[in-house]
Design a protein around this ligand. Structure first.
Ligand code: ATP
Ligand code: MG
Length: 555
């Protein structure tokens, strides 16, 4: 079971019975975009704690801003949370609490804890003062509660235009925490809400909606990211003023930040809207939908969340660590198949012209606790990878070269006898001989070869499109750029390379789109769930085989 400062706190609260009710958490996304890996961290934490401490966890849509929210995001979010392997106890919507919040607003006004302010936005901002100087009271601050109540009711009735006035808490204009200097609770917005329609023209601000939504749901532990630390005071003030018994407690943890990407819905939305990616589910996106389409498993994401853990201080996670986790997960679960990325023809001159052998090839190496195999056809003409041949190899090159012998994976030893070139001097074919006594990969005379390469039978191979993904940005921290530099200017122009005619063994045509593989010696791939068909095979590279994390870690 994972352990961190939040779980320690929850365990202590369970032991002391502090809340007098079941432990309850919530995951509160705003439906204004797709979920990303940062949200996955929060999901694993909130749902994980509920699971581990026999509590409950709600999925609550924090949908208090009519301008940016949409039901299509609600659908994407529920799909992604389920895909990650979590079920919520209740699905809630902050906008369903508008009536309750409004009633609380009236009660605050009646008790002279809130007032209607007719100042404009700028006047309110100026009236707040600065960290070193106290604010000045609005002329409206001393209005009698009964008059404020009448105004608030007229606001709700839709009598005033947007921006004409706001409801503010009446706290302390000299408070050391700027947020406590009479924060705005309600504002007027004559806008259509995707869920509430035109029922409301008063919309709560985050601070007013969030803590009270938690309290209404009986949440005990309200976990959020560090940037809300200063909001904790208004959270506590509001739940206390609203009269909740044993109200929820907010605790902040570090936001996940991942190298070479951005984890902010606003920025991800820009990438989608400006066409830098094909959509929210572009496999280069750090969204749940993107990494799912890329081939990452829910277990891989959960392993990553557990590996990075939950801390009090912000820290960036290295991309190499994410890839390392994904690779370890895929290694244990996906079949190995043969695919040649950059094909070079090999003709086995001593292999009978019309002969085809079916070779049994295991899907899994010995250290993976899964079994299974398929038959791969072998014939006189094969494809091998261009990278596995060098005409003039350096010393440490253990693959094919003129006169050299290598092992074909699951097959025979072959020796390169002749290099065929075209008029431009490019190598177009290798003429080799095979040793019929080495079927299965060993020579009866004990002769050794230094390299084993992968291959496919040319007559049986299928063409495949490979989408090779690389990091989305060229710099490790695209959120930290010099003044005036837009983050889209550091996008990696080579984040996607398409290989149009790779050659893959025919067995994969039997698999459904969305099947994951390791292409031996090449990387982990998944057939694209959207674009791949039996006629047109398309594979997304999830991650390469090269693991740089071990090196990074030891630095
Ligand atoms: P963004 O900046 O991407 O819009 P947000 O915080 O505004 O993120 P919400 O939908 O409001 O997005 O977030 C829902 C929950 O997910 C919140 O509790 C928030 O703290 C958490 N969360 C968002 N981003 C991260 C992150 N990078 N790491 C951990 N938790 C996150
Ligand atoms: Mg937000």
């Amino acid at each position: 079971m994972p352990s961190d400062f939040i779980r320690e706190m929850v365990a202590a609260d369970v032991a002391s019975g502090r809340f007098g009710r079941t432990i309850a958490t919530r995951f509160p996304p705003e439906p204004n975009g797709f979920l990303h890996l940062g949200h996955a961290k929060s999901i694993c934490l909130n749902f994980g704690i509920a699971r581990e401490y026999a509590g409950r966890c709600n999925l609550r849509f924090d949908d208090t801003n009519p301008a940016t929210e949409d039901v299509r995001y609600v659908e994407a979010i529920t799909r992604d949370v389920e895909w990650l392997g979590f079920r919520w106890d209740e699905e809630r919507y902050a906008s369903d609490y508008f009536a309750q919040l409004y009633a609380i607003a009236e009660s605050l006004v009646e008790r002279d804890r809130a007032y209607v302010d007719t100042q404009n936005e700028e006047q309110i901002r100026e009236g707040r003062g600065t960290v070193t100087t106290p604010g000045v009271a609005s002329p409206d601050r001393s209005r009698a509660p009964a008059d404020n109540l009448a105004l608030l009711r007229r606001m709700k009735a839709g009598e005033f235009p947007d921006g004409a006035m706001v409801l503010r808490a009446k706290i302390d204009l000299a408070h050391p925490n700027m947020i406590m200097r009479d924060p705005i609770l309600l504002r007027i917005r004559h806008a259509h809400h995707y869920r509430q329609g035109d029922a409301w023209c008063l919309y709560p601000l985050y601070d007013f909606a969030h803590g009270l939504s938690d309290a209404i749901e009986g949440i005990t532990h309200s976990l959020c990211t560090l940037e809300f630390k200063d909001n904790r005071e208004i959270y506590d003030w509001l739940v206390r003023e609203a009269g909740f018994e044993r109200p929820p407690e907010q605790t902040e943890f570090a936001r996940l930040q991942l190298d070479y990407t951005v984890l902010s819905k606003r920025k991800l939305l820009r990438l989608v809207n400006d066409g830098h990616v094909s959509g929210w589910d572009d496999p280069r996106m750090p969204t749940i939908a993107g990494i799912r389409r890329r081939g990452v498993t829910p277990e891989g994401v959960r392993d990553f969340a557990e590996t990075i853990g939950v801390a009090r201080k912000d820290a960036r996670a290295e991309l190499a660590l994410f890839e390392h986790t994904v690779r370890n997960d895929l290694n244990m679960r996906v079949p190995r198949v043969l695919c040649v990325v950059n094909p070079l023809k090999v003709v086995l001159t001593n292999y009978p012209e019309s002969q085809v052998e079916e070779i049994e090839a295991s899907y899994y190496p010995h250290d993976v606790p899964l079994t299974g195999s398929r038959m791969v056809p072998f014939s006189r003409e094969l494809w091998i990878d261009r990278d596995d041949f060098m005409e003039d190899p350096p010393k440490k090159f253990f693959r094919l070269a003129p006169g050299r012998e290598v092992r074909l994976r699951y097959g025979y030893f072959i020796r390169c006898q002749e290099v065929v070139k075209n008029a431009a001097g490019e190598v177009v074919e290798l003429r080799c001989t095979y040793d019929p006594t080495t079927r299965g990969g060993n020579a009866p005379d004990g002769r050794k070869v230094q390299g084993t390469i992968h291959w496919v039978s040319a007559a049986h191979a299928r063409d495949a499109e490979l989408r090779l993904y690389d990091r989305l940005f060229t710099v490790a921290d695209p959120d930290d750029l010099p003044e005036g530099t837009d983050f889209t200017s550091v996008l990696n122009p080579a984040s996607l390379t398409v290989v149009h005619a790779a050659k893959i063994e025919p067995s994969v045509t039997a698999d459904a789109p969305g099947t994951r593989y390791q292409f031996e010696r090449t990387g982990y791939f998944m057939s694209d769930p959207v674009d791949s068909t039996a006629e047109r095979l398309v594979f997304n590279r999830t991650v390469t085989l090269r693991d740089s994390w071990e090196k990074v870690k030891d630095k």
